[in-house]
Design a protein around this ligand. Structure first.
Ligand code: PNS
Length: 167
């Protein structure tokens, strides 16, 4: 598929950082498949279906939303990319500390599938400290999530925790 890319991640949950990357990518590609990994080793707070629903709601009404396809996937990313005939994987890099993991993942994927490349995008610098992990930590203790995630994600997060525990 020409001028298409895959934006993979756990999206547990989607943050404003993810949305920023997606918006930037939508200026560069005609079609972006957001793939929600539901079988990686990280145990999610949200189910695959919940993450998908949060993503769908987040892009609703965006002028670029018709470029976005959202799918859950299990297995190796490069197999999914090959099946779809897509040769670009998009990843957001916030800080140097992200780079080591991203570099290992990108080169592993390239060794497995030399025809597929990883393209790194930087989010707005105001968003570089936001991560789904930190957002969950703030949510667990009832902190204000309004500058980290869209409103509907904040509401969903608030329902997931009580006194620091997932309910
Ligand atoms: O949002 P995340 O958790 O940083 O995303 C990581 C993800 C989902 C992109 C990565 O774990 C992945 O691609 N998983 C699918 C399995 C796979 O292909 N692994 C090989 C890459 S090293």
């Amino acid at each position: 598929m020409k001028n298409a890319a895959i934006y993979p991640g756990s999206f547990d949950p989607l943050t404003n950082g993810h949305l920023d990357i997606l918006e930037r990518a939508a200026q560069m590609f005609d079609h972006i498949v957001v793939t929600i990994a539901v079988n990686n080793q990280k145990k999610g707070v949200f189910t695959g279906d919940e993450r998908e629903a949060l993503l769908r709601e987040a892009i609703q009404g965006k002028e670029w939303s018709d470029k976005i396809e959202i799918q859950q996937f299990t297995g190796l990313l490069i197999n999914y990319a090959r099946k779809r005939g897509i040769h670009v994987l998009l990843r957001g890099v916030r800080q140097i500390s992200d780079f080591e993991y991203e570099f290992r993942m990108a080169l592993t994927n390239r060794r497995l599938a030399p025809e597929i490349d990883t393209l790194f995008l930087m989010p707005d610098e105001q968003l570089t400290f936001i991560s789904a992990t930190i957002v969950k930590e703030v949510a667990a203790w009832g902190g204000d999530l309004s500058s980290f995630v869209p409103d509907h994600v904040a509401k969903a997060l608030q329902k997931k925790f009580r006194n620091g525990e997932v309910i």
